[in-house]
Design a protein around this ligand. Structure first.
Ligand code: GDP
Ligand code: IMO
Ligand code: MG
Length: 430
């Protein structure tokens, strides 16, 4: 059985939760490896809709082990609430099916305060973050002033780490950002209580995963965000602050890259993006609104309207190259029903010349002109199709074209948010 990394192949919200929920049936362990509660992963089961921010999307499968790796950043209050809601909805999230790395970093109140204060003062330079403190917590990790999950669950350690870092963070908050200072006692009291409640989940995740692999179990590494939001390879500075690509699976769990067999990239049949930053195939006006309404393109975390555009095969080829994407799970093909013509971006022009590689700066990406191929659309509702042969010829041609221009084969096509609305074209887990 293969060990698979599942990543977003665009700018996030591709339907990762929906696909991970489905294929987690075929694996033993599901491990989230980066990001925090900036993620919003929607899973629809029958009439029920569940949005996960922190928990791996395999958690809804009672018999699987879900793991939060060291590369994830945790907001303990949000995580406890999510666990509570899940249990209230009839699912299981206890110390036997959920483990949290003691090396994961903790999102503290000053991280959120800094994120929000910066965004509100940034005007034109703002990133459009989710305001969850993600940038500041990863900054503190790199600056060696972070607080780990192991500190959170040990009051002595929490107290001394918090004392060490809070004074300096308060200076930054007040003198640079003009905010209010935060109180040590209040934070310590609140966060040591979270630590008490979460302690039972604490685990040496790297050892757990490596032992499980030795025992013949297989792992699905679940990425959040998307390839184009990756801190190194995304559309910097309009990115998140972690390694959302496949490389993050190794550094974010403590498992060697040599055990990864395959990388599955999730891509929508079109493109969306939330927040600021360049988006070459972005639509405008009525066309964009039609797609946004048809796809329900409103954020699962912040409720913001998602920006919508055509499928960008040039960007997807880049995502495939840097992440070794060997298969695509294509979601939301059903949303494209009713569009007369459908465009695919197959390249970019910059200063009149066709680019041979994806630009490394947003400054250039903002100015590129997409080169499109146009295809005929279809009008039929395709959401109930069970076989590829049941799709209209135009939809089949569209899939064929996507494989051709991206160079990546399609593993599965999703035609609706619920578990049964999917067609598998290949077998990955035999
Ligand atoms: P994620 O962050 O990648 O997990 O994606 P989100 O949950 O933020 O956004 C994807 C949205 O599309 C969710 O509302 C899903 O329920 C929905 N969705 C996923 N796949 C499909 C599909 O094939 N068709 C339709 N119509 N909706 C889908
Ligand atoms: P999932 O896992 C889409 C975007 C934000 C912003 C930028 C930086 O649901 O696909 P951050 O709060 O991370 O510092 O914001 O990244 N962003 C996402 N966009 N889906 C996500 O997660 C995202 N997580 C962050 O909108 O542009
Ligand atoms: Mg999302």
């Amino acid at each position: 059985m293969p060990n698979v990394v599942v990543i977003g192949a665009q700018w996030g919200d591709e339907g990762k939760g929906r696909i991970v929920d489905l294929i987690s049936e075929k694996v033993d362990i599901i491990a989230r490896y980066q990001g925090g509660n900036n993620a919003g992963h929607t899973i629809v089961i029958g009439e029920e809709k569940i949005i996960l921010h922190h928990l791996p999307s395999g958690i809804l499968r009672d018999d699987k082990l879900s793991v939060i790796g060291n590369g994830v950043v945790i907001d303990p209050k949000v995580l406890l609430q999510e666990i509570k809601e899940l249990i209230a909805a009839g699912y299981r999230a206890d110390e036997t099916n959920l483990k949290i790395s003691d090396r994961a970093h903790v999102i503290m109140p000053y991280h959120r305060a800094i994120d929000i204060a910066r965004e509100s003062m940034n005007g034109k330079g703002k990133i459009g973050t989710t305001g969850r403190g993600i940038g500041p917590v990863y900054e503190d990790k790199a600056a060696r002033r972070g607080i780990k999950f192991a500190d959170l669950i040990d009051p002595d350690s929490l107290s001394s780490r918090l004392k060490e870092v809070l004074e300096e963070r308060n200076l930054y908050l007040t003198k640079v950002l003009g905010g209010e200072p935060l109180n040590f006692e209040e934070i310590f009291e609140e966060y040591s209580a979270y630590g008490r409640d979460l302690k039972k989940f604490s685990c040496d995740v790297s050892t757990l995963l490596n032992d499980s692999i030795s025992n013949g179990q297989n792992i699905l590494f679940e990425g959040a965000q998307g390839a184009l939001l990756d801190i190194d390879f995304g559309t910097y500075p309009y990115v998140t602050s972690s390694s959302s690509g496949s490389g993050g699976a190794s550094t974010g769990t403590g498992v060697s890259p040599t055990i990864i067999d395959t990388v599955l990239g999730i891509a929508k049949a079109y493109t969306t993006r939330v927040g600021e930053g360049p988006f070459p195939t972005e639509m405008s006006g009525d066309l964009e609104e039609k797609l946004r309404q048809a796809g329900g393109e409103f954020g699962a975390t912040t409720g913001r309207s998602r920006r919508c555009g055509w499928f960008d095969a040039f960007a997807l080829k880049y995502a495939a190259q840097i992440n070794g994407i060997s298969w695509i799970a294509l979601t939301k093909l059903d949303v494209l029903s009713g569009f007369d013509k459908i465009k695919i971006c197959v390249g970019y022009k910059y200063n009149g010349h066709e680019l041979t590689s994806f630009p490394s700066t947003s400054h250039v990406l903002e100015k590129v002109e997409p080169i499109y191929e146009e295809m005929d659309g279809w009008t039929e509702d395709i959401s109930n199709a069970k076989e590829i042969s049941e799709l209209p010829i135009q939809a089949r041609e569209y899939l064929k074209k996507l494989e051709e221009v991206t160079g990546v084969p399609i593993y599965t096509v999703s035609l609706g948010p619920s578990r049964e609305k999917i067609i598998f074209l290949h077998e990955l887990f035999s």
